[in-house]
Design a protein around this ligand. Structure first.
Ligand code: NAD
Length: 283
């Protein structure tokens, strides 16, 4: 039976370290500030934004929420971002995705000052990650790496398979594993022989968005399995992309959903905001 890597516990430790760092900044008169923009009333986005605000309070950051109506225009949203770019007490800016259909996500991401881009979605930050010389790492893949480190798992030389190639999770995830000298394969919806490729992985990361997609026959005996998915099963219960009950007996390490990668994403957002505050203050 696999050892369960608790994202809840690791995230609590990361947040405690950030809180300590924040107290040291406080003595210098610096309070990290995060602006969170939410457009429309998507219930999942609302939950994520509330959790981010709560995490900010817990570590001692200031958070400002900008809740805009669904019918906000592109110009209005960009004007807000420009205003926040110039606001000295705001170190990090995050625009909760997805945006309503009429808004251009790419233009919104491009408008955020890269030094305040705590999601690390701006092309300039994405490019920096590619060459391995970065200020910010995207929160979810960075959280997965932190979980791998916390469990003492060595990536170097391992066969790593990432299922999913999104800009937010799959692609940067593959890049971070590559930076640690993993031999990385990215699988996606057009991949042939998915089962065989996954079954050869020492480290398998699932970022598909399909409930219980990864079954036991896709996993090698003793593999490390990291589940990024946040889905609802047929009974409306939260579940990951991995069929936990089937896969756990075969894996050496596995992350649960909930309580795995999810809490790490927010902890990494706090880490990026702290870093942004230090950068803004030339520390
Ligand atoms: P996405 O929809 O942008 O990407 C899904 C990827 O899965 C695509 O690249 C696609 O090619 C691949 N895919 C789809 N069907 C496939 C198949 N049959 N075989 C192989 N590959 C297939 O999703 P995303 O934004 O990358 O998110 C993935 C999952 O992670 C979702 O469940 C999302 O809710 C979750 N998520 C969790 C966190 C977190 O904090 N834990 C953060 C972001 C996303």
């Amino acid at each position: 039976m696999a050892t369960i890597i608790s994202g809840k516990e690791v995230a609590a430790k990361v947040r405690a370290e950030i809180k300590k760092d924040c107290e040291a900044l406080d003595e210098m008169g610096i309070t990290p500030g995060l602006a969170v923009i939410i457009v429309g009333d998507d219930p999942a986005s609302r939950v994520y934004v509330n959790n981010k605000k709560k995490a900010c309070e817990e570590v001692g950051f200031v958070s400002e929420e900008y809740a805009l109506p669904a019918e906000t225009t592109q110009e209005e949203l960009l004007a807000l971002i420009h205003r926040l770019n110039g606001k000295p007490d705001i170190d990090g800016i995050l625009c909760q995705l997805p945006l309503p259909k009429h808004l251009d996500e790419k233009a919104v991401i491009n408008a955020i000052d890269p030094t305040k881009d705590v999601d690390a979605f701006h092309p300039s930050n994405v490019g920096k990650i590619m060459i391995g010389d970065y200020d910010f790492l995207p929160c979810t893949p960075a959280g997965v790496m932190e979980l791998i480190h916390s469990a003492g798992i060595e990536v170097s030389g391992k066969n790593c398979v990432v299922i999913g190639r999104s800009n937010i999770v799959g692609k940067p995830m593959a890049m971070l594993l590559l930076h640690e000298n993993g031999t990385v394969t990215i699988c996606h919806s057009r991949t042939k022989n998915l089962k065989e490729i996954c079954a050869a992985a020492d480290i398998l990361v699932a970022a598909v968005g399909k409930p219980k997609f990864v079954k036991a026959d896709m996993v090698k005996e003793g593999a490390v399995v990291l589940d990024v998915g946040i889905n609802r099963d047929e009974n409306g219960k939260l579940c990951g992309d991995v069929d936990f009950d089937e896969v756990a007996p075969k894996a050496s390490f596995i992350t649960p959903v909930p309580g795995g990668v999810g809490p790490m994403t927010i902890a990494m957002l706090m880490k990026n905001t702290l870093k942004a505050a230090k950068l803004q203050n030339n520390l």
